[in-house]
Design a protein around this ligand. Structure first.
Ligand code: PLP
Length: 274
């Protein structure tokens, strides 16, 4: 609507949702198979690979990317890569859309993850933690881009539950709590404590940014058993859609030091017994 172009560039192993549009730009082929045909003109490139950025051209309407890929197993890009992506979008006139539905709202230690990469997107999406437990998602952009959705046709971009006052009040209260309780300042120390306590010979790799973790093992079967064992010990975790070799840790930012110690002890027991 804004650029008059049709091509969308997205990333392999990305996840943006299960509605028709968001599934079309998600990179998990197995999940998409049953729902074709999907949106045409979507080009998939490799995340955090510099040379693939060349595939963004003046035909590209937008590039949609998770600042930190979540369901690909917590893939953290380099700052140089994100800056090159921003520069290529500026050069070609493509809009840069950052999906922070999973990595936003303080999960990585800053309110939005992009703050750590020295770039600003044209469009930002947020949901999940944004509502503090109530269902709300948001599309954030500047006035010029937002205005392009208000006319021709009039009411061409509306939704029943958009702007629901109860959900908006919850989202506002969530932002206030994050600020008043200084939650962002605690994220890195809490993340480091998890990382220090979670040592086990079966763990192959830990990827972490703030309080967002992927813990890698040698097989999906092992991860399945650990998830089951963890559940029996009161820990809710899960594997990743595009990376079943890891389970995730994404605790509430309000978790205490004591709770982190208890959780890690339970997780280590779950690994021992899996
Ligand atoms: C990065 C990302 N984008 C989008 C979504 C989809 O959000 P929703 O299910 O609210 O449409 C998810 C859900 O897991 C996600 O992780």
């Amino acid at each position: 609507r804004y650029t008059g172009r049709t091509e969308i560039v997205s990333f392999r192993k990305s996840y943006h949702g299960s509605t028709h549009g968001s599934m079309s730009v998600s990179g998990n082929e197995i999940k998409k198979q049953a729902f074709r045909p999907l949106l045409p003109d979507v080009r998939f490139i490799e995340f955090n690979v510099m040379k693939d950025i060349e595939q963004i051209t003046t035909s590209t309407a937008c590039v949609i990317v998770e600042t930190v890929q979540g369901d690909a197993g917590v893939r953290i890009p380099s700052q140089a890569y994100m800056k090159a992506l921003r520069a290529k979008c500026n050069e070609t006139g493509a809009l840069l859309i950052l999906d922070e539905i999973q990595c936003g709202m303080g999960r990585t230690g800053t309110l939005f993850a992009f703050e750590q990469f020295g770039i600003v997107p044209d469009i930002l999406t947020t949901a999940k933690a944004f509502g503090g437990g109530l269902p709300i998602g948001a599309f954030i952009s500047d006035r010029k881009i937002m205005r392009s959705l208000t006319h021709d046709p009039m009411l061409g971009h509306i939704t029943t539950f958009g702007g629901n006052p109860v959900c908006c009040a919850s989202a506002l209260a969530t932002l206030e709590v994050i600020e008043e309780e200084k939650l962002l300042e605690q994220v890195e120390a809490k993340g480091k404590l998890f990382e220090r306590l979670l040592k086990h010979p079966q763990i192959k790799e830990v990827r972490r940014i703030g309080l967002m973790f992927a813990i890698d093992f040698d097989s999906a079967e092992r991860v399945n058993k650990i998830v089951e064992q963890a559940k029996q010990r009161g820990i809710i975790t899960y594997w990743f859609l595009s990376h079943p070799y890891s389970f995730r840790i994404a605790p509430p930012l309000t978790i205490t030091e004591e709770q982190i110690k208890e959780s890690c002890a339970s997780i280590l027991l779950a690994i021992d017994n899996a």
